[in-house]
Design a protein around this ligand. Structure first.
Ligand SMILES: C[S@@+](CC[C@H](N)C(=O)[O-])C[C@H]1O[C@@H](n2cnc3c(N)ncnc32)[C@H](O)[C@@H]1O
Length: 390
């Protein structure tokens, strides 16, 4: 059998994402011109090469991991798993100077502790390296080197190279997360759900650590979120070609806009939140694109529309004085109605009773999961004389 050419082989690619964001991931992959071969609640399937995985990692704003399939086989026991994993030419894939991490999703009768499956898988890879090269690579839990993901359901065993390593939601800019930050991939999915184009104003009162504003700035500039991150799993593979990567990066950067056509405004009542948000925006390289101010939400500057006003108020589970929240939500309704006409308003919340206090009639409602909390993005058309919910 000819050895695999990992630099050129086309294979199945599984792009995973937070629950409920697979429609976003699907459209992002389609926008890259790649064919979709399947979709489920936490992921989308496509096909491509390791080079395509680099494009996906740099481009996708709502995905978590880009998994490149290297093996699919039937295995009933840990010994069969060891034999199957050993059959792959890892010496052409995993460099000896990296740290190997094995992660897994395992649901099979012969395994009660998934750590044992990970261990057998890791041993098979390292033993293969030793038998072919006389040397072993290090292993560890941190996902900062080469990462192999084992999916083992019943007797179907699939091995992937996790070309992302650390989840893509960790862009690397959120150095100061503050109280209850939204995950970066969720923030990007929420903005995509508003259909904001980047060409109208984006106003984000109650911005907290600034995640929505930073993601908006990246989108408006056309800056691919992965281009601001330093480390990916694909960088720790033998076929990785740094010259090729630099060319892709340079091409993406050449497509970025140098200035915005509209304002991005982010405010919060808490001065330390604004300090954190400013530092995060600086780390993302978008601080000059966002106007940050410390103020009550209802004092937020609103340039004349069109645009969107988007708010993620506390909803009582992690932050917030629960007794005060109905008053806060009513105030949000008054603010949207009285100050934001000509805009489309959005409120992202996990407390549907509190949202009723806003007192405006919501149009579209989009469901999301924030961790385990079911949340919705409520849309309000704010023309003068906006309808109340009665
Ligand atoms: C749930 S957090 C927003 C989290 C944000 N989406 C992020 O990713 O970091 C809500 C924010 O609302 C702010 N806030 C609460 N009451 C406010 C008010 N009356 N005016 C302005 N901001 C307020 C809090 O300081 C907090 O930062």
């Amino acid at each position: 059998m000819l050895p695999r050419d990992f630099a050129r082989d086309t294979s199945d690619i599984l792009v995973t994402c937070p629950k409920g964001l697979s429609d976003s991931v699907r459209s992002e992959i389609a926008e890259l011109g790649m064919a979709i071969s399947g979709q489920f609640y936490t992921g989308v399937r496509t096909r491509g090469t390791l080079h395509d995985c680099i494009i996906l990692n740099l481009s996708l704003s709502t995905a978590h991991h880009v998994l490149y399939q290297v093996l699919a086989q039937t295995c009933a026991t840990p010994d069969e798993l060891y034999t199957a994993v050993s059959s792959l030419d890892w010496e052409r894939l995993i460099p000896l100077d990296t740290t190997l991490t094995v992660t897994s999703t395992v649901k099979t009768a012969s395994i009660t502790d998934t750590r044992y499956a990970n261990l057998r898988c890791k041993d098979a890879i390292v033993d293969r390296l030793v038998s072919k090269t006389g040397k072993r690579c290090d292993s560890g839990p941190h996902r900062d080197g080469a990462v192999v993901h084992l999916y083992w359901q019943d007797e179907l065993c699939i091995l992937y190279i996790d070309t992302s390593g650390e989840a893509l939601s960790r862009r690397g800019y959120r150095l100061y997360p503050g109280g209850a930050p939204m995950q970066e991939s969720l923030a990007a999915g929420v903005i995509r759900a508003t259909r904001w184009t980047g060409r109208t104003h984006f106003v984000n009162p109650m911005c907290g650590s600034g995640t929505l504003a930073v993601e908006a700035a990246l989108m408006a500039l056309g800056r691919k979120p992965g281009t601001i991150r330093a480390n990916f799993g694909f960088m720790h593979l033998i076929p990785f070609d740094r010259n090729d990567f630099s060319k892709v990066l340079a091409r993406f950067r050449s497509l970025e806009k140098t200035a915005l056509g509209a304002e991005i405004i982010a405010t919060d009542i808490d001065a330390s939140a604004i300090a954190n948000a400013t530092k995060n925006a600086t780390a993302a390289g978008v601080d000059s694109c966002v106007r940050f101010e410390t103020c009550d939400f209802d004092a937020t500057p609103i340039p004349s529309g069109p645009g969107i006003v988007i708010m993620n108020p506390e909803y009582g589970y992690r932050l917030g004085d629960v007794a005060q929240l109905p008053i806060l939500y009513k105030g949000i309704g008054d603010f949207l109605k009285q100050r934001c006409s000509g805009y489309t308003g959005y409120v992202f919340s996990g407390n549907f009773d509190l949202v009723k206090k806003i007192g405006l009639k919501a149009g579209r409602k989009t469901a999301f999961l924030n961790g385990t909390i079911e949340c919705r993005l409520y849309e309000y058309e704010l023309y003068s004389g906006t309808k109340t919910s009665g």
